[in-house]
Design a protein around this ligand. Sequence first.
Ligand SMILES: Nc1ncnc2c1ncn2[C@@H]1O[C@H](COP(=O)(O)OP(=O)(O)O)[C@@H](O)[C@H]1O
Ligand SMILES: [Mg+2]
Length: 208
Amino acid sequence: MTRGRFITLEGGEGAGKSTQAARLVEALERQGRRVIRTREPGGSKGAEDIRGLVVRGDAERWSARTEALLMFAARSDHLERTIRPALERGEWVICDRFADSSRVYQGVAGGLDPDFIEALDEAVVGPDQPDLTLIFDLPVETGLARAGTRAGDEDRFEGKGAAFHARLAEGFRDLPRRFPGRCVLIDASGDPDAVSARVMAAVEARLG
Ligand SMILES: Nc1ncnc2c1ncn2[C@@H]1O[C@H](COP(=O)(O)OP(=O)(O)O)[C@@H](O)[C@H]1O
Ligand SMILES: [Mg+2]
């Protein structure tokens, strides 16, 4: 059995990750591939329980260090129960956020030592790095305006203030320099069809 491919979608609030994850799954299924869509924090029963702790409540509820540990605890369960079994079955895994969100939210924007995050990544993700990471790049205000139209109470990170979100955008934009073999910047402006076309071009260019 050929191992599946692992694609992650990253970027700030409202950049269009969830919209494009659904569209990418549909496009790959039309090509006859077996695909699962999953997300972080979450993607397995235990990880979804942890999600409730991190995406709700007061913006200052957790320190960046504690938040990183919660995210990697969730990620460990997600990898064990969902991602690795699917890849081993030969399925493609499309994941809405993954470890780069820890690098950028808790590291770049949260001020946590990047070496601490890389040590967690090595211990938890290890060799199961994404084959491709699509980074959705959009002006912060456009993203927050889009995100503000969504329903629900999972708004803890949206409450962190303009300076935090500006650092997030910088952090995501810097990822292709840090991980050039894996990360591609996607212009997330324009309508969903235009963004989907850029996504499919990047997937075809990198994964064939
Ligand atoms: N290209 C786009 N143009 C305008 N609105 C969009 C676009 N893509 C997504 N949206 C809308 O913006 C909001 C945020 O998109 P979403 O996919 O949830 O972003 P993310 O998952 O990155 O936070 C949603 O209401 C979605 O329907
Ligand atoms: Mg989303």
